[in-house]
Ligand binder design. Structure first.
Ligand SMILES: [Zn+2]
Ligand SMILES: [Zn+2]
Length: 235
């Protein structure tokens, strides 16, 4: 009996003593970021009630949400796109540090647990097949899988497609971002009466998620909540 117990002890010691990916100290918890480092993360505080953009006190909506035609209903974000979350997300996407995406999704799922209005289904923001081929994966697929498993929400991976390759949004201003992704998506299935969670890694202008939301509403979705790891300020 002592051998299996010692193996269990070893496994549990190794799990508890995993080094924190930020400071290198033992984690002593279920995620790969230790408790003190978690406290120091740039957790997203309340912002615009529609798009989550950080706003001065006593302001409920940002100017863009008051003037633009929007197809999503809410945006829930885990973090502000600041150090060290920005570095973790870039390494996740560009250097295949998949564990970083997993850790951030785990923390986000913990934050979402108990939310009064979680979606019925999750749909990752699709990337064009050329980008996918170059990167090797779609980061939003991986985040959706982790969120879906932890929150017991089914993920629909092939609900929609990008109908054309768009320019990199980060090189464009706000107006051009909207033009760039306008009508860039098409739904493959009906989503009647469903509350859909659109999953993305980072949102900035919301042009991409709004364009996708438009296609999903056209396919019958009743309500759309954007779920993103990090909220960046407007360009
Ligand atoms: Zn740490
Ligand atoms: Zn807003």
């Amino acid at each position: 009996m002592s051998a299996p117990l010692s193996i269990l002890q070893k496994v549990s010691d190794e799990l508890l003593n995993r080094p924190c990916i930020l400071c290198g100290q033992p984690c002593l918890g279920p995620t790969d970021i230790c408790a003190p480092c978690q406290i120091d993360l740039p957790w997203h505080q309340s912002g615009c009630l529609r798009c989550g953009l950080s706003l001065p006190n006593n302001t409920t909506h940002c100017g863009h949400c008051l003037t633009q035609k929007l197809y999503f209903d809410h945006c829930l974000c885990a973090f502000d796109y600041q150090f060290p979350v920005d570095k973790l997300i870039l390494s996740f996407k560009n250097n295949e540090k998949l564990i970083y995406g997993k850790v951030l999704a785990h923390l986000f799922a913990d934050r979402l647990k108990g939310h009064p209005s979680l979606p019925d289904r999750l749909i990752p923001v699709p990337i064009h097949w050329i980008t996918r081929r170059l990167r090797g994966f779609n980061q939003s697929d991986l985040i959706s899988t982790d969120l879906g498993r932890r929150l017991a929400i089914p993920v629909i991976n092939r609900a929609c497609k990008r109908t054309r390759q768009t320019q990199q949004q980060k090189s464009l201003n706000l107006v051009d971002r909207r033009k760039n992704v306008g009508n860039a998506f098409e739904a493959n299935i009906r989503l009647d009466h469903l509350h859909i969670g659109v999953v993305d890694d980072v949102v900035t202008s919301m042009a991409t998620t709004n364009s996708l939301s438009r296609a999903l509403k056209k396919a019958g979705a009743e309500k759309i909540t954007i779920l993103c790891l990090a909220r960046a300020p407007l360009p």
